[in-house]
Design a protein around this ligand. Structure first.
Ligand code: GLY
Length: 419
């Protein structure tokens, strides 16, 4: 097949890699220097109509959409209008991620377990609501904020600051919800509107600093698989994924694409922290190297509403991702830092998340720069390999967490001072 992948981060590098592994010809826009080693890079406008035209012009058999902003802009709808199958939800269905106030109302309407919440369209009402709360509480921007729109507020002052920040934007909405305790886990489901296949569960590490402290980021590292009990998996399937897919169908917007359930394993069982409407980043970089079957075929089948979950197969073993971020991330990442990458050993992968080429030199060009992935028979081995690979990368002043997997009691790098 000829596959057009849309996006240019670590997630899209992992998607391209998964397609190339199965012998497909891959085109990617806008891509990045790492993806350019595997796929033909296409530049040009990134609006839905232009991308759908590109898919037609390049005779793509299927389009795979990575980032949420393209989904929210309606790229899947534009492709469908031109007869090109695209893997991802429609603009309306992507509201599950793009409008958190709508998404919470959807969950309540369809009995999907989640934290109690209130949504606000005005700052004054949201501030008044804080008066009756105990802390910590969770304040979310209802719109897309690249994974950085969530504040866990330990005091009223922190909650107020987060709300004031949200309402500096036009037409802002905020969600204030109960703080949940437990381990967080990401469960991704490939969906065709009705049928679905779960990927192995994974755990991201969302804050910049060790011990889950500091500001939120897009995600600093992942372990996969995260061990879930049969009971937890059963609840996730029946009460979360199946109710959501049935709810979307009942609401007239069947969900096709990747349903990403960000979950908290609370003492009362798994509950939804948030839904995303695409592969997680960096979850994709952990999950897709374990996919044995053909992602491009699954994408085409799902886009056509014909996914056979029995065809989706993962190999055993484990993977670990350590993200290398630029100094200053998440507030003001420094760009233009020269990078020196080794050739990874078999089973290891360096996905490019925010890189560019300047005068023939690879440099950092974003906040999260590299997703360093290793696969191995067990999680401790995968983690050790990933940290060993990190030590071989030349990236002055890189920030990375040395405690990926700490919630499962896994060990960090042997020499935490390096690189
Ligand atoms: N890793 C979190 C996200 O993709 O939203």
């Amino acid at each position: 097949m000829r596959v057009l992948v849309i996006g240019g981060g670590g997630r899209e590098h992992a998607i391209v890699d998964a397609c190339v592994r199965h012998g497909h010809e891959v085109l990617c826009t806008p891509g990045n220097p790492g993806i350019a080693r595997l796929a033909r890079i296409l530049s040009g406008p990134q609006d839905p109509a232009a991308l759908a035209d590109l898919a037609v012009r390049e005779a793509a058999d299927v389009v795979v959409v990575g980032p949420e902003a393209y989904l929210a802009a309606g790229v899947v709808d534009a492709c469908a209008a031109r007869g090109v199958p695209a893997f991802g939800p429609t603009q309306a269905a992507s509201r599950l991620e793009g409008d958190k106030a709508w998404s919470k109302a959807f969950m309540v309407r369809h009995g999907v377990p989640t934290a109690a919440h209130h949504s606000f369209a005005a700052l004054e009402a949201a501030l008044a609501h804080l008066n009756g709360l105990s802390f910590p509480t969770v304040v979310k921007d209802a719109g897309l904020r690249a994974g950085k729109g969530v504040t866990i507020a330990y005091t009223r002052a922190e909650a107020e600051a987060a709300l004031r920040d949200i309402f500096t934007q036009p037409q802002a909405q905020a969600v204030v919800e109960d703080f949940m305790t437990g381990q967080e886990v990401s469960v991704l489901a490939l969906c065709d509107g009705e049928r679905y296949a779960l990927t192995p569960p994974s755990q991201d590490h969302k804050t910049i600093f060790e011990g889950d402290t500091g500001p939120m980021t897009g995600g600093m590292g992942v372990i996969c698989p995260f061990p879930l009990s049969a009971g937890q998996l059963d609840v996730i399937r029946r009460e979360i994924v199946e109710r959501t897919l049935a709810g979307m169908r009942a609401d007239g917007e069947p969900f096709r694409g990747v349903l990403y359930a960000g979950l908290m394993l609370t003492p009362a069982g798994p509950k939804v922290v948030e839904f995303n409407a695409r592969f997680g980043d960096p979850e994709a970089e952990a999950v897709l190297p374990l996919l044995e079957s053909d992602l491009a075929q699954h994408a085409l089948d799902a886009a056509r509403g014909q996914l056979d979950p029995a065809n989706v197969r993962f190999r055993g073993g484990a993977s670990a991702v350590v993200v290398l971020a630029a100094p200053g991330y998440p507030a003001e990442p420094r760009k233009g830092i020269p990078l020196e990458l080794p050739e990874p050993d078999q089973g290891d992968l360096i996905y490019h998340a925010g890189t560019a080429e300047q005068d023939g030199q690879l440099v950092s060009s974003g906040g999260r720069v590299l997703a360093v992935t290793a696969t191995a028979p067990t999680l401790p081995e995968a983690l050790a390999r990933s940290y060993a690979l990190v030590r071989r990368i030349g990236f002055p002043e890189a920030q990375y967490r040395r405690d990926i997997g700490f919630r499962l009691g896994l060990e960090g790098p042997e020499d935490p001072a390096q690189p």
